[in-house]
Design a protein around this ligand. Sequence first.
Ligand code: CTP
Length: 408
Amino acid sequence: MDLSSLQHRRILLGVSGGIAAYKACELTRRLRQAGAEVRVTLTANAARFVTPLTFQALSGHPVRAELWDETAEMGMGHLELARWAQRIVIAPASADVVAKLAHGFADDLLTTLCLASDAPLAIAPAMNHRMWRHAATQANIETLRARGAAILGPDDGALAEGESGPGRLMEPEDLALALAQLENAARTGGKLAGLHVVVDAGPTYEDIDPVRFLGNRSSGRMGFAVAQAALDAGARVTLVAGPVHLPAPQGAERIDVRSAREMRDAVLAAVADADIFIAAAAVADWRAETASAHKLKKGRGPETLALAQNPDILAEVAALDRKPFVVGFAAETEDLERNAREKLARKKLDLVAANEVGADRGIDTQDNALHLYWNGGEQALARAPKRELAGRLIERIAALHASQRGNR
Ligand code: CTP
């Protein structure tokens, strides 16, 4: 779990009332472990669930709960605290705090700090599921989101009162990760903030019978790294994954598929509202014409396997009326530029990321080198770990997508 972007960040953690307040203790610990400086403020109701002393011990700083506290004002005054914060996180955020923030109230320390600070706000709601679903709460959340607040969660699951539904505070480790991603996005300028990116990744397996299939050696690492880089740049990401053994990047919506035809259906559904589609999958071009429901016997099996062509997912997406910005990969063993440019034109792509594949290059390896081609330009990305390379690829995609949008 990469939390390095939290290092040295000055985070003001606001804890409001609710049983989930105890999870804020663990969050404090994790943020500090990641190298962040954390100062905590509690609402009066939160202080009934967890004592300020607990947070003082965990954060290493005195904890304030009152707006009018003469002793505290002699230390770091509340306006100073508001200026100190580089990010304000409210976890858990009760329905009441969400409502107050949406309407600009400043009748206690936490809401006053939020109003007096320029720091970006991240809100992790936790409440009863009916309160969460209530039109008033939803409208307040939308108001805050429109103002630029990041809304983290809530999770769906068992709630304190023995009920179940959306309203659980996200787990502290997931919150810490989401906050790290926000820092990453802020650092890269959130270049893809507000955009929906669909990535396909990994191989596809085409069944011949219940135990045999046609497949390839793709590990899915490049596609997963691209999905992570898109998340880091602030995008909402859907990752359509063939059969691979990789954990999905936190925050991506993962859809698992097996065959090319399943991948095609999942991708076409996902790109309906997508801004960018990145085809990193090594889709099998062919499948067995008929897949046998029973295991084929050696003695009686066909000597030739009849093949049928699979749909070209990338070309189908690029041919859509309302097409996203489309990025294809090209694995070539020779004539990189000519083949890549030919693919760019033939499949009507916006960008091709080409790599030379050979004995130890490209497929099923840890690092890779890419050459990017688009109409009117090219860029070489030197050999680097796939994660780093993916970040640079996403930067180029963001720039081209933005200029294309500007030209429309
Ligand atoms: N691709 C796809 N669906 C397929 C085959 C390929 O979406 N059925 C996508 C891949 O994800 C990749 C790009 O097309 O982004 C390039 O695939 P590649 O197999 O290298 O090229 P082809 O267009 O199939 O051409 P050729 O095999 O002749 O090089």
